[in-house]
Design a protein around this ligand. Structure first.
Ligand SMILES: Cc1cc2nc3c(=O)[nH]c(=O)nc-3n(C[C@H](O)[C@H](O)[C@H](O)COP(=O)(O)OP(=O)(O)OC[C@H]3O[C@@H](n4cnc5c(N)ncnc54)[C@H](O)[C@@H]3O)c2cc1C
Length: 437
């Protein structure tokens, strides 16, 4: 097609890209969210600078479980937790823990979390989660293909396995996923082992989520995004954003202060600093109930025949086959951004993994593993903050992706690029507004 044969839609989109070309956007945070957004903005025609206090994949995006978990359609605020909660909280190595010194600090977040257990809120939040899930895998397929790293997205599905849970309960869980529109099969222990021969004979049932995927290296995935970002002309700055100025209505540009004195002037600003976004959002005029759910991994060097992530219903953790070995990940700990990693919480994943992979991990010790802790950025309704500031046409937000930041990164970045360009978005952005609290 020649230039004068362009449709009016093509012309409008070309005009939009060239008008965006003169507009620069500063993105705070080089985690998977900041990087995916940066590339989506470049594709929309903006020139983009990313600033990170430590560099690429320094936060939760480094060591997550690598699961593109679009089957997770239920908000975390589940009334079924209430009965189990006291026991969980009292066990320092349990899957859900509040550090005692952090209890009072976490209390306001928990009060909001409880409110989100109400049926109407849960239904609303679940619908908003599904809206993000629906195109997430497809968006990742596009993104890894553009970045030349399709080998970092594997579409083998995932398993949720059951050891002692009675079949009637397994069927209830199966039905809840199926009724929510998730592609899932209920399979026997033998069928589980036919898919994954390394798994234990103690597994009696499994749910096989057939349309999800995983990455064998979440950190490398971020580095490949960063390479693509730089290839497209993006600038990566290492430094801590300490202050934001000129943020009111009618200002010409936003001023982003890094460290003690370097100032970057920018036409637009996108805050995507994960669990660290709260004080910066406050500077921009919003008090958000952002907490961190600290999560752990123990990376074991053993190789297995696992093809896909395997989560345990009873043990509440996940095993993902990765390039560097077997990643054992999970647990939720409320303890803030400053408390150090608790080694025992990473180590306690190994006995659970040995029960599921007895032959692969026979003789394995925690000293062979690499312990890591990351800060999931979580809001009490399990929804991220996505969209424009209601107070300024220059400020935008993309943080709070909780347990699903890897899953949502590529699609939520498309939504943000549409928002920043002023286009109609693929999904209604109302549930994710920053002023919903
Ligand atoms: C154990 C564990 C397992 C997980 N498993 C999965 C999974 O299987 N699937 C899934 O979808 N999600 C998973 N997650 C969640 C996922 O990792 C996060 O939601 C996601 O990484 C968040 O990305 P982010 O870019 O918002 O934050 P981060 O990756 O934390 O990045 C934030 C960045 O902002 C930078 N920054 C902070 N403050 C400043 C500042 N003032 N100036 C400049 N830079 C700043 C930090 O240095 C950091 O690099 C898991 C998380 C954990 C902890």
């Amino acid at each position: 097609m020649t230039n004068h044969e362009l449709t009016s839609q093509d012309k409008a989109s070309q005009a939009n890209v060239s008008s965006a070309r003169n507009v620069d956007v500063t993105v705070i945070g080089a985690g998977v969210i900041g990087l995916a957004n940066a590339i989506a903005l470049q594709k929309a025609g903006f020139s983009v600078r990313v600033i990170d206090k430590q560099g690429v994949a320094a936060g939760a995006s480094f060591g997550n479980a690598g699961h593109f978990a679009t089957e997770q359609v239920f908000p975390l605020a589940d009334p079924a937790m209430l009965l189990k909660l006291p026991g969980m909280l009292l066990d320092p190595l349990g899957p859900f823990r509040i550090q005692p010194r952090y209890f009072l600090k976490a209390l306001p977040w928990f009060m909001r979390f409880l409110v989100n257990m109400l049926p109407a809120k849960r239904a609303h939040n679940s619908a908003a989660i599904k809206s993000l899930n629906q195109k997430s895998i497809h968006a990742w397929q596009q993104l890894v293909s553009e970045c030349g790293c399709s080998e970092l997205l594997k579409l083998e599905g995932s398993l949720l396995v059951f050891e002692q849970t009675p079949l009637v309960e397994v069927e209830r869980v199966y039905k809840s996923y199926r009724d929510a529109g998730v592609a899932v099969k209920l399979i026997s222990g033998e069928e589980v082992r036919a898919l994954e021969p390394d798994l234990s004979l103690n597994i009696n049932h499994g749910l096989w989520f057939t349309q999800v995927g995983h990455t064998p290296d979440p950190a490398e995935l971020c580095h490949r995004l960063a390479t693509q970002f730089e290839k497209l002309g993006g600038k990566l700055v290492i430094g801590e954003v300490t202050r934001l100025a000129n943020i009111g209505k009618g200002e010409q540009c936003v001023s982003v202060c890094v460290g003690e004195g370097v100032n970057y002037q920018s036409d637009k600003l996108l805050l995507s600093a994960g669990a660290w976004s709260k004080p910066l959002a406050q500077q921009l005029g919003f008090k958000v109930p952002l907490e961190t759910e600290r999560g752990y991994h123990l990376m074991m060097p053993q190789q297995s025949r696992l093809q896909r992530p395997v989560a345990s219903f009873e043990r509440k953790f996940i095993i993902t086959p990765m390039n560097r070995g077997i990643c054992l990940a999970g647990t939720v700990e409320f303890g803030g951004l400053k408390a150090p990693l608790v080694e025992a919480r990473a180590d306690c994943l190994l006995p659970h993994a040995k029960a599921l992979l007895p032959e692969v991990l026979v003789g394995a010790t925690t000293s062979q593993g690499e312990r890591w802790m990351g800060f999931r950025p979580s809001l009490p309704d399990s929804l991220p903050v996505l969209g424009a500031s209601p107070k300024s046409d220059k400020i935008f937000f993309a943080f709070g992706h909780q347990h699903l930041g890897l899953t949502w990164a590529a699609f939520s970045a498309q939504l943000m690029a549409e928002t920043i360009k002023g286009e109609k978005t693929q999904v209604d952005m109302t549930p994710y507004r920053i002023d919903r609290f």
